[in-house]
Design a protein around this ligand. Structure first.
Ligand SMILES: Cc1ncc(C[n+]2csc(CCOP(=O)(O)OP(=O)(O)O)c2C)c(N)n1
Length: 765
């Protein structure tokens, strides 16, 4: 870890020159199974394993096809409901890539990822020690390593089918299904039903491998269609950053150990990459735009499993040497339509399908196995029978296995764990330069901004898994200087500038969190979180649940709200209500320096993904913050002023308007209790109800525009849960249902104030 020499001189470079994009080799592999056997890169029995894994996938996918028509004998009477994105035709790519990686490397996959998932599991299981296998199947009574391996493979197929069928025994306890299947114990970080959604996650996983120097490589499977998606291109840019690879910047350049495996089956849903929805038939040319070496881009015959293995072996080697990222395009074909509901002949011909069918990766590899004496015809038949019988038996077992209990419908939404004790390996942090000084006033006060900074410093010292990235947060200290000085103390590996790429800032955090880091990343303005809404809402928020609680995603998104500064419509939005609507995410919003520090420390230790909202107009607010260690629990409201005639429920900067309103009401003889909820999710409803039961009246106030605001959620819950105690309707105060204007006079009219609260209280008293 180093702090880079950031003040090097940038000279103008206007001298005439031509940038070359270089060449991208395509279909260069000249090998065969025979040559690989001779070279010792594969043994006959490994070659048979490769075939077996491709057959397992083919059987699995054909099962889905047959289930749709009721023709799958072993599951007669079972009705499969769910997606049918089969990958028949693409088996060589899945198996070739996984087989060429180490068993504990990582993959991410796609909606068409059954093949990747099965292949990764099979390869991982074959690489595991007996102890690891026993940990996977503790119920096993297998008497020999061979029997144990066979049982583990059987169990793998069973759990994959059970997940497809939405069963409790599935890899994700039926919460994910085939499009979100994951097996973290086998290095499978999840298939993704958002096209391209897994690509920044894979990139984040590679970042944590780089940080921990684990030597692990991540293979990111994604289709040709995905390579038109913004977050995918952002990921390529991110992975290529000079600060990872450029020796001028760090003394230990080490490129991200990631292989972007582009599965070019030539169609998105129906959109054809060749000549229709792309300007090039070579998708991996995208890699040329982001770095000087084209990410070692290549195009590979994805129908030839030996070519795929060769490519992936070389790609992984490049990564382990620190010369990643790598981009490899696998040219392949999906024999069926996008899903079984797609007859596919509206956009492609039968002749085309027939041509590709002749290249079938399984049939062609079988021929090579036979020709090289790796298997006899009799043994080949026996292997095929075994695969068919085993898949069928596992499918029948899965079909009639237990469904998840409806009572558990929201079980696994959140984890209740946090880092109470930092494991020894992470408990020491290298400090390069003295920690930034944080000055208190004589009264022991800190600004809200410094309180946040102090929390970050303390947590970074406490746990070296805590890392930060965001736009301009390094030398400059972030747009609001909250992170100023952290890079000097903790080094560039723990505090670095991100490209202007919010989706990647938030998405890489998910992958990094899944694989051991504890990212705290900054969104310069909360408005920009909308650029990252998939990664926040569909990825960070959902993976704990979708994986059946088999993974935690401990990360903090620090989002700063600009409202009240005259920055207009795109820099002023108070959007926490929107994120509170996404189950799976904690949403918290401190309003005082004391709470800001204590809550951020709790958030960083918590194992849930957390949207931590900060108000720019509060950054300079001062308040007493103890020097001694303390935490403020998440999900616990705070009575900021006691009263007994009306309850004002609020959060964020509106707290200070509420306190001012309470002063004015007191002058008029009205006693108001002010409750600062501090956390929207989890919401401390009990404290609100207790107060309302006492006062009988309630006003809920925030800076959110009123339409769809979380104030409405609180009001409706009060009415549902404490109706009998109410002496008047619950009132809501928010910003006008409009767009934040720039003009001072208009923004004053737009935002709610103390006098709006006073008026509302007087209306109901
Ligand atoms: C962000 C997003 N947009 C659209 C879809 C609908 N959709 C599902 S798969 C698919 C095609 C994806 O093409 P590609 O990435 O090439 O993968 P393939 O289906 O060919 O395996 C589309 C458009 C989606 N799931 N996610």
């Amino acid at each position: 870890m180093t702090v880079h020499n950031y003040l090097s001189t940038l000279s103008p470079k206007f001298k005439a020159k031509k940038y070359e994009l270089g060449t991208i080799p395509a279909y260069q592999y000249k090998g065969t199974l025979e040559k690989e056997l001779k070279a010792g890169t594969i043994t006959p029995s490994q070659a048979v394993d490769v075939l077996e894994d491709m057959l397992i996938i083919r059987e699995f996918e054909e099962m889905i096809v047959k289930l749709r028509t009721g023709a799958y004998e072993s599951c007669k009477g079972y009705s499969y409901r769910g997606p049918t994105h089969v990958s028949i035709g693409q088996e060589a790519t899945s198996v070739g890539c996984c087989a060429a990686m180490n068993y504990d490397d990582f993959i991410t996959s796609t909606h068409r990822g059954h093949g990747d998932s099965l292949a990764k599991g099979c390869v991982a299981i074959r690489g595991m020690s007996s102890a690891e296998l026993k940990a996977r199947i503790p119920e096993s009574a297998a008497g020999s390593p061979k029997a144990l391996l066979e049982e583990a493979l059987e169990n793998h197929i069973y759990r994959a089918i059970a997940e497809l069928f939405g069963k409790e025994d599935g890899y994700c306890k039926g919460r994910g299904g085939g499009m979100h299947i994951a097996d973290f114990s086998a290095g499978h970080l999840g298939a993704n039903a958002i096209v391209g959604g897994g690509v920044p996650i894979a990139t984040g996983s590679a970042m944590s491998s780089r940080y921990f120097k684990s030597g692990k490589v991540t293979c990111c499977f994604a289709g040709d269609g995905a390579y038109a998606n913004g977050v995918v291109l952002e990921s390529l840019n991110w992975a290529s950053m000079g600060q990872f690879t450029n020796p001028d910047y760090t003394k230990e350049p080490f490129g991200l150990p990631i292989v972007y495996a582009i599965i070019n089956n030539h169609y998105g849903f129906t959109g054809r990459v060749d000549g229709e929805v792309s300007g090039t038939d070579c998708v991996v040319r995208r890699a040329a735009g982001f770095c000087e070496n084209n990410m070692h881009a290549e195009v590979v015959n994805g129908m030839d499993v030996m070519a795929c293995m060769d490519a992936m072996r070389r790609a992984a080697e490049i990564c382990r040497k620190g010369e990643g990222p790598v981009a490899m395009e696998f040219d392949t074909y999906r024999n069926y339509g996008h899903s079984l509901g797609d007859p596919r002949f509206e956009y492609r011909t039968k002749d085309e399908e027939a041509i590709w069918k002749k290249l079938d990766p399984i049939a062609t590899f079988e021929e090579q196995l036979l020709a090289n004496g790796c298997i006899t015809p009799r043994k080949l038949k026996a292997l095929k029978d075994k695969v068919e019988e085993r898949n069928a038996r596992m499918a029948a077992k899965a079909a009639w296995s237990a469904d998840p209990d409806p009572a558990d419908v929201i079980k696994y939404m959140y984890t209740n764990t946090s880092v109470e004790v930092v494991p020894e390996a992470f408990a020491t942090s290298k400090i390069f330069e003295e920690l930034p000084e944080i000055k208190r006033t004589e009264a022991g006060e800190l600004s809200y901004k410094d309180a946040i900074k102090e929390a970050m410093i303390e947590e970074m010292v406490r746990d070296n898994r805590v890392v930060q990235w965001g736009e301009d947060i390094a030398e400059y200290g972030g747009a609001f200087k909250v992170t100023k000085g952290l890079i000097n103390s903790f080094g560039r590996d723990r505090c670095f500038n991100a490209p202007i790429s919010e989706a990647c800032i938030c998405g890489t955090a998910v992958g990094a969190a899944m694989t051991g880091q504890r990212p705290v990343v900054e969104l310069m303005y909360m408005d920009f979180g909308l650029m990252a809404s998939d990664q926040i809402s569909n990825q960070a928020a959902k993976w704990h649940y979708m994986s059946g609680a088999s993974i935690e995603v401990p990360l903090v998104y620090r989002a700063s709200v600009g409202g009240g500064k005259g920055y207009g419509g795109q820099h002023s939005q108070t959007l926490e209500s929107m994120f509170a609507h996404i189950p799976g995410l904690y949403v918290v919003y401190p309003a005082t320096p004391y709470d800001a520090k204590g809550m951020l420390k709790s958030a960083i230790r918590d194992n849930n993904p957390i949207m931590f909202v900060e108000s720019q107009i509060l950054y300079n607010l001062k308040g007493v913050v103890p020097v001694e260690e303390y935490l403020v629990p998440l999900g616990k409201a705070d009575i900021k002023r006691a009263g007994d005639q009306v309850t004002i429920v609020t959060w964020g900067p509106m707290l200070h308007e509420a306190l001012a309103a309470a002063d004015q009401l007191a002058a008029d003889g009205i006693s108001a209790e002010v409750i600062d909820i501090r956390s929207l999710v989890p919401l401390d409803m009990e404290s609100i109800l207790t107060s309302v039961r006492k006062t009988g009246r309630c006003v809920v106030a925030s800076h959110c525009v009123s339409i769809g605001s979380f104030t409405g959620e609180i009001a409706s819950r009060i009415m549902a849960e404490a109706f009998d105690a109410l002496d008047a309707p619950v009132m809501r105060i928010g910003a006008k249902d409009g767009i934040a204007p720039q003009a001072y006079s208009l923004e004053e009219a737009f935002l709610p104030h103390d006098y709006d609260i006073v008026a509302a209280v007087k209306q109901i008293i």
